[in-house]
Design a protein around this ligand. Sequence first.
Ligand code: MN
Length: 131
Amino acid sequence: MSESGKTVLLVEDNEDNRIVYSTILKHFGYDVTEALNGEEGIAKARAEKPDLILMDISIPIIDGWEATQVLKHDPATKSIPIIALTAHALASDREKAMEVGCDGYLAKPCEPRAVAAAVQKSRGRSDARAP
Ligand code: MN
């Protein structure tokens, strides 16, 4: 965990979404690192140990489901909360998000403030668990 406890890794292939989510998270005081595909997302999660990961599911090379499974099976990264961003509000997507180990789930299109609120809520839970 970072000293500030406020680093977010945003794994998202859509540039407009990256700009929008990154901008609002920075507005709320988070340091945001971006990754454009699943492979880069896994690499940056391992290298930077962010406090939270926002994981788009539809991303190139390794999709968000698989990237989440990889990170949740790695002792070095499994404790990092992952919030999935999925394109459809399908019940099956929600089930799958929990199945692969996601800690939260947002159905796109997501209002930027809903993204920031989900991050804050998740961080609040993590902080509450801290000694
Ligand atoms: Mn995408």
